[in-house]
Write a protein that binds this ligand. Structure first.
Ligand code: TXA
Ligand code: MG
Length: 389
C-alpha cells in the first residue's frame, strides 16, 4: 500500500530509505537497518509499493530525493517516488528490448519498443497471437504521427486535437520505417495517444512508439488491472507498470483514415456520436467489426463461461431454464450508466470465470453512446461458442 505523504516544504520530512528485500533479510544488514530506523523510515520496495531493485530515498526541505543509477530526482510524495521508480524501470526494460505491461485508460497493453523487431516478435509469442494480426503503436504526443505515417490527412490532425490523449486509434498509411511485423504486413498502421497519466508520462519520457495489443492471452478478456495482467501472463511480461484500474475499461474506437475516406472499424471508448460531431456529418455505425484487421475472429473478448444474450425482461427466465438443465449459471447485470458498465465489464467476466460458472446470462445495452461498444463486446463474447469445436 502506498501511503500518501503530504509534502510541506516548511517541515523537514522524515527521511525514507528503500532497501532491497535481500538486504532486509540479511541478519547483519537488518541490524544496521534497525539502527537506521531511529532516524529514518526503512522499507523494502515491496512495502513501499515499488517492484524494482533498491533505491534510496532521502529527505530534504525540498522534498524526497530518489537516488538511482539513473540519477536523482526530487519528488514531493512517496507515491510519486514509487511512480518515478516504476516509470524509470519500465523505460529501461523497453530500451533493453523487454516487454512492459502499460496502463492505459482503456485496458492494459503488452508493450514493446515498436522499432525493435525481436521485442515485437515476443509480444506475439507471449500472447499466442497469430502473426499478421497488426498491433497499435502508442505515442506520447500527436506530433509523432508524422514519424509513423507516410501521410497524415488534415482530418487526422483534427481528430487528434479533439480526442487525444484518449481512446481513439487512427489507421493511417504507414511510414516506410515502421517494421512490417508491427502492421501485420499491411501498408497501414494504427496509432493512438492514450490518456492514462502514468502510462502517458512513461510514453513521453520513452520518446519512441510502443507497440501494444491488450495484455491478455489471445482470445481472452482484456485486462483492466495490473493483477489481471499478472494472472494472465505471469513471468512472461518483464515488468508491469501498475497504474491502477483502467478508467474506461473497454478498448479504443478504431477509425480508418487510410483510404481518404472515414469509417469505424471497431466501436470503443470514443462514441460514434462524438465522432459525428467532430467531423460534422453522419457516420455509419460499425457493422462488420474490425474487418480490415486480418485474423479478426468472432471469438474475441470472451470469458471461459458461455455468454448468453437475452432481452432484459427475459434474463431471469433464461437463467432458470439453463439451471434446470443442471448448469452453473451466473446473471450479469450491467450498471445503469454505460460508463460504469464499461469500466466493470471485463473484471466482472473474469470474476464469473474465477467462480467457476459455466454460463453467464446478460442483457446488452441500447446501442447508443458507449452502449454500442459494450453491445459489440458482448456479441463477440457470445459468438465464441459457435466457433468452438
Ligand atoms: O484500447 C486499445 O485499443 C488497447 C490499448 C492497449 O491501447 N489495445 C488493443 O489492442 O485493444 P488489440 O491488439 O487487442 O486490438 C487492436 C485492434 C486489432 O483488432 C487489430 O487488428 C487492429 O486493432 N489494428 C491494428 N492495426 C491495424 C491496421 N493497420 N489496420 C487495421 N486494423 C488494425
Ligand atoms: Mg485485444
Amino acid at each position: 500500500m502506498v501511503k500518501k505523504f503530504p509534502y510541506n516544504p516548511a517541515i523537514m520530512v522524515r527521511p525514507i530509505v528503500l532497501v532491497s528485500a535481500e538486504t532486509a533479510r540479511d541478519p547483519a544488514e537488518a541490524e544496521a537497518l534497525q539502527r537506521l530506523r531511529w532516524g529514518f523510515d526503512v522499507r523494502t520496495p515491496g512495502e513501499a509499493g515499488a517492484t524494482s531493485a533498491a533505491f534510496i530515498v532521502e529527505a530534504s526541505v525540498r522534498g524526497l530525493v530518489v537516488l538511482s543509477d539513473r540519477g536523482r530526482v526530487v519528488v514531493p510524495t512517496i507515491a510519486e517516488a514509487v511512480e518515478w521508480i516504476a516509470r524509470t524501470r519500465a523505460i529501461d526494460v523497453l530500451r533493453a528490448g523487454g516487454l512492459v505491461a502499460v496502463p492505459t485508460e482503456t485496458v492494459y497493453g503488452l508493450g514493446a519498443d515498436a522499432r525493435n523487431v525481436e521485442a515485437v516478435r515476443r509480444i506475439f509469442a507471449v500472447k499466442g497471437r497469430p502473426s499478421g494480426h497488426p498491433l497499435i503503436v502508442h505515442l506520447g504526443e500527436a506530433r509523432a504521427m508524422s514519424e509513423w505515417a507516410s501521410e497524415v490527412p488534415e482530418l487526422a490532425w483534427r481528430l487528434a486535437r479533439r480526442f487525444w490523449p484518449g481512446p481513439l486509434t487512427m489507421i493511417l498509411r504507414k511510414d516506410a520505417r515502421v517494421p512490417s511485423i508491427v502492421t501485420g504486413g499491411q501498408e497501414t498502421v494504427g496509432l493512438r495517444v492514450p490518456s492514462h497519466a502514468i502510462g502517458l508520462a512513461m510514453l513521453r519520457e520513452f520518446g519512441g512508439g510502443v507497440a501494444a495489443p491488450s495484455a491478455n492471452r489471445f482470445g481472452c478478456v482484456s485486462p483492466t488491472t495490473a493483477q489481471h495482467v499478472r494472472d494472465d501472463l505471469g513471468d512472461e511480461v518483464d515488468f508491469v507498470l501498475d497504474g491502477g484500474p483502467c478508467a474506461v475499461g473497454i478498448e479504443s474506437t478504431i477509425v480508418d483514415l487510410s483510404s481518404g475516406d472515414f469509417s469505424i472499424l471497431r466501436p470503443g471508448g470514443v462514441t460514434r456520436e462524438a465522432l459525428e460531431e467532430a467531423i460534422g456529418r453522419p457516420v455509419w455505425p460499425c457493422s462488420t467489426g474490425e474487418v480490415r484487421a486480418p485474423g479478426q475472429l468472432e471469438s474475441h473478448y470472451a470469458p471461459r463461461a458461455e455468454v448468453v444474450l437475452a432481452r432484459r425482461e427475459e434474463v431471469e427466465a433464461r437463467a432458470r431454464e439453463l439451471r434446470a438443465r443442471g448448469r452453473r449459471v451466473a446473471v450479469l447485470s450491467l450498471a445503469a450508466s454505460t460508463e460504469a458498465a464499461a469500466r466493470e465489464l471485463y473484471a466482472a467476466l473474469r470474476e464469473i470465470d474465477r467462480q467457476g460458472y459455466e454460463v453467464v446470462v446478460v442483457s446488452a445495452p441500447e446501442e447508443e453512446g458507449l452502449g454500442a461498444a459494450l453491445a459489440d463486446r458482448l456479441r463477440k463474447a457470445a459468438g465464441r461458442r459457435n466457433s468452438r469445436p
